[in-house]
Design a protein around this ligand. Structure first.
Ligand SMILES: Cc1cc2nc3c(=O)[nH]c(=O)nc-3n(C[C@H](O)[C@H](O)[C@H](O)COP(=O)(O)OP(=O)(O)OC[C@H]3O[C@@H](n4cnc5c(N)ncnc54)[C@H](O)[C@@H]3O)c2cc1C
Length: 346
């Protein structure tokens, strides 16, 4: 009897604690559109219980605030517009986040673990004098998080005793929050004003009609086995057929076959598409760290011992330039590999 009452108490206290959580998600956007990883961060924030607010800082970001106000799970949108927020520089955004935190006393502050979040939140944490937790993949409770270590080979459960928990969220580990059905209130917050430590001049983004690598449903990746940048054209053609993004191993990037924004892995992008096709990639742990959560993995490699086959659902041991035989069990994979065979002119 005593035990049952005790358990109930524990549950009541836990749910009471959850109700008192209030999380700020710092939105990533380009003044026009929200970056998809923010939706994953909102889902993570919702798991903490309590209220979720989003901070939209930019030069002219009303559209983004409107988009966010419809996202499920968001209670409040805080909007700050100022020329200083051009390029979303951490030096300029941090004072704003600190001022907003002073006003609302959040228990948690988070953002997606993209270049934006990885750049910004360590600075915020340092200014708050707390230790940040990076790239979380699971939330056990409002103060306990799971993250990967050793290039994804081990999971570390971290209990955070800081007064405010500052963390980044791995986008592929949390579903995107629904973009409709929400009705968040919008509130203007006073911009903190320009700090002027650094100035945003311009950015040159590679333009592509293909889906973005981190959010594509299908990714076709090439490695050193492709032998040259010209041979990547085969992958581009295939990707266009499958409406896929094209990725690459670091060896392919280092060899100059493709630009480094295509790199998948520990020091590249983390992807978890429905389908990942690895062609001429050995499957080094640093590469696997960036793609092993993909739902279906197809690998083509001429070396039967290549480590990529340990994580592949479908493997084709063959020279990617010469293969003729297919030993693939599922119709889905037959379709994919047939397309591959066609496009690679095998
Ligand atoms: C700190 C650190 C961080 C790193 N971060 C990353 C990262 O983010 N991403 C990443 O990818 N790597 C990363 N690396 C590098 C990683 O260790 C590997 O060196 C790299 O992934 C190898 O790339 P690859 O598989 O293309 O090349 P290789 O290992 O050279 O493999 C090429 C493969 O192609 C196959 N092949 C060759 N010719 C053919 C053919 N004709 N047909 C079929 N198959 C063929 C070969 O059998 C081989 O398996 C990192 C390393 C370090 C130390």
């Amino acid at each position: 009897m005593y035990k049952i009452v005790n358990k109930q108490n524990v549950r009541q206290v836990a749910s009471l604690l959850q109700r008192f959580q209030s999380t700020l998600v710092v939105a990533e956007h380009n003044n026009e559109k929200l970056t998809p990883i923010t939706l994953n961060a909102i889902t993570a924030a919702s798991k903490l219980g309590g209220e979720v607010s989003c901070l939209v800082a930019g030069t002219s970001c009303t559209k983004v605030a409107e988009e966010l106000s419809k996202v499920q799970g968001v209670k409040k949108i805080l909007v700050a517009q100022h020329d200083a927020y051009k390029g979303l520089l951490p030096e300029e955004l941090t004072p704003l986040i600190l001022a907003t935190h002073n006003q609302f006393s959040f228990t948690h502050i988070c953002a997606g673990a993209s270049a934006f979040g990885k750049n910004l939140l360590p600075r915020v944490a340092a200014k708050l004098d707390v230790a940040p937790i990076s790239d979380i993949i699971e939330i056990k409770s409002p103060d306990t998080f799971v993250r990967t270590i050793y290039a994804g080979n081990a999971l570390s459960t971290v209990k955070c005793n800081e007064k405010v928990k500052v963390f980044t969220v791995r986008g592929t580990s949390f579903e995107a929050a629904s973009v409709s059905g929400g009705s968040a209130a919008t509130e203007q917050v006073s911009p903190a004003g320009g700090v002027g430590l650094s100035e945003w001049l311009e950015q040159n983004l590679s333009k592509s009609d293909r889906p973005e690598l981190t959010s594509a449903k299908v990714v076709v990746s090439g490695g050193r086995g492709l032998k040259s940048g010209e041979n990547f054209k085969l992958l581009y053609d295939l990707a266009d057929k499958l409406n896929a993004a094209v990725g690459a191993s670091r060896a392919a990037v280092d060899a100059g076959f493709v630009p480094n924004d295509m790199q998948v892995g520990q020091t590249g992008k983390i992807v978890a598409p429905e389908l990942y096709i690895a062609i001429g990639i050995s499957g080094a742990i640093q590469h696997l760290a960036g793609m092993k959560d993909s739902k279906t993995i197809v690998a083509i490699n001429k070396d039967p011992e290549a480590p990529i086959f340990q994580v592949a659902d479908y493997g084709l041991v063959a020279d990617l330039f010469k293969v003729r035989l297919l030993h693939i069990p599922s119709p889905e994979a037959i379709y994919i590999i047939s397309t591959l065979v066609l496009k690679l002119r095998l």
